[in-house]
Design a protein around this ligand. Structure first.
Ligand code: 4AD
Ligand code: MG
Length: 463
């Protein structure tokens, strides 16, 4: 039996002068007299393997000469040190078996460079391009690292539900799910839909955040995290928003805002330090073709502690800037991308953590500060990107929480379970949410969040 090896293994620790089999897809083919040079890739790394296919192969004319980009193959041959420049090893084919043809008149991924716009129209094939291969390997590593980081620190992973009846962020952006007959909806007298006849006996939707459920288990197990898909029906057609995105949310008992910021910063530095080492080839592609400053930008996150300032301080800086912002700055506004960008890209030229936001622009669950006006919230802003993390210390005191629910028009009857946590052994606790695609976007330097998730869902599009 021949050994079937992945190309990354072959390139990084080759068993020279042995016979091996490789499976993959043709990337390129060059023909000279009586010989074909193929590059095949198998997704295990950016580089392909050079195959030398000579005309003495029994199916040379029948198959090898007809090979085009995208055809899948099994090649068996002798692995040798390559005499030519450009690659260390090459496989001298003894057998080339075509597994599946890809008609060049129809196969959309020919050698020429394709625009990201075009690739978005073929999400089922774009994974075969260099950029998407690199992005996916980086995405995969970041996902693994998140688990490593929290597991090493004793956090327990919690699978929070995707179907929920609570709108954590209170922004009214929940997708409703229903099994009611949409052409014949049961209605109350005032014409509102009667969800008591629906599957769950009440209105339910797709989660916007696992936080509230994570809080319950943080108060049982101490430190937990959830990492799963979240959904938002927000009509933001930007390069930073998806309707379905992955969020990683740790929740920690016996932790305040300071501790929350510390662990978030430590985590981001840990992730980027590792990725620069373990995915250097994939990053190099993006540094070459997408963002020339990518590696410097990643270094800027790792190199030094993040700048930390309060919302109030940030407002003062923005007001003193003399800038003519599209959205005028005054205390109490929700900061816009242009304001965040000014702080990260122009003033501090690096990551910034803003904290203590006005309570009027934040959800009900954040802890009210002693000034009565602000809450113990924090956002981490990255240069060129904006918000990557949003978090807070949670309101653990029953009465202030009830007051905030009233202010935010959240019905306490719907949250008795959440209030129970404040009635039975309540503790100070905090957590945050990392937008996973925002992290991949920053790490790769790509320009659009639709290109860092295999199947993007955005307003008007769910291919
Ligand atoms: O700031 P957000 O809305 O915070 C929460 O949901 C909290 N419950 C998290 C917590 O404290 N456990 O969202 C957290 C992060 C944002 O900072 C952003 O990175 C990302 O999620 N995010 C999105 N990413 C892609 N598309 C969207 N539509 C996003 N909305 C938020
Ligand atoms: Mg936020």
């Amino acid at each position: 039996m021949f050994i079937h090896q992945r190309i990354t293994k072959i390139l990084h620790g080759p068993d020279l002068n042995t016979i091996i089999s490789v499976y993959g897809w043709v990337k390129t083919k060059r023909e000279s007299k009586n010989i074909s040079f193929l590059e095949i890739t198998d997704g295990s790394c950016l580089q392909g393997l050079q195959i030398i296919a000579e005309h003495s192969l029994k199916n040379y004319e029948q198959d090898v000469q007809k090979l085009t980009t995208g055809v899948s193959l099994r090649v068996t041959g002798l692995l040798q040190k390559s005499p030519a420049k450009g690659q260390d090893v090459e496989l001298i084919a003894q057998e080339v078996e075509v597994l599946g043809w890809a008609d060049p008149s129809e196969y959309p991924l020919q050698k020429k460079k394709q625009s990201f716009d075009f690739l978005r129209s073929i999400p089922h094939l774009r994974g075969r391009t260099n950029s998407f291969g690199c992005m996916m390997r980086i995405r995969n590593r970041l996902s693994t690292l998140i688990h490593l980081f929290f597991q090493e620190r004793g956090f327990i992973q919690l699978h929070t539900p995707i179907i929920t009846t609570s709108d954590c962020e209170g922004a009214g952006e929940m997708f409703t799910i229903t099994s009611l007959d949409l052409d014949n909806l049961p209605r109350h007298e005032d014409n509102r839909v009667n969800y008591s006849e629906d599957f769950f006996g009440r209105q339910a939707g797709l989660t916007v955040s696992g936080q509230l459920e994570a809080e319950t288990y943080a108060q049982a197990l101490g430190q937990v995290y959830t990492f799963g898909p979240t959904f938002r029906a927000e009509n933001s057609n930007t390069s930073r928003h998806l309707a379905e995105f992955w969020m990683m949310e740790p929740e920690m008992s016996f932790c305040d805002l300071q501790g929350d910021m510390d662990i978030a910063e430590e985590m981001l530095q840990f992730l980027l330090t590792d990725i620069m080492e373990t995915c250097s080839d994939d990053l190099a592609l993006f540094a070459r073709f997408i963002d020339k400053n990518l590696l410097t930008k990643l270094q800027s996150i790792i190199r030094a502690p993040f700048t930390r300032l309060t919302y109030t301080e940030a407002i003062a800086i923005l007001q003193k800037s003399g800038r003519d912002f599209e959205f005028p700055v005054s205390w109490g506004i929700d900061l816009q991308a242009e304001h965040e960008k000014y702080l990260t890209d122009e003033i501090y030229r690096g990551p910034v953590i803003l904290r203590d936001y006005p309570k009027g622009i934040k959800p009900f669950y954040m802890r009210v500060n002693d000034d009565g006006q602000t809450v113990a919230a924090m956002d981490i802003l990255f240069p060129g990107l904006g918000e990557i993390i949003g978090g807070s210390q949670r309101e653990e005191r029953l009465d202030p929480l009830l007051d905030r629910m009233a202010e935010c028009k959240v019905n306490p009857d719907d949250y008795q379970w959440y209030l129970d946590l404040r009635r039975f052994g309540t503790v100070p606790h905090a957590g945050f949410g990392l937008g996973f695609e925002r992290l991949v976007l920053f790490t790769t330097g790509l320009g659009n969040i639709r290109d860092v998730i295999p199947f993007p869902r955005t307003p008007g599009s769910a291919l």
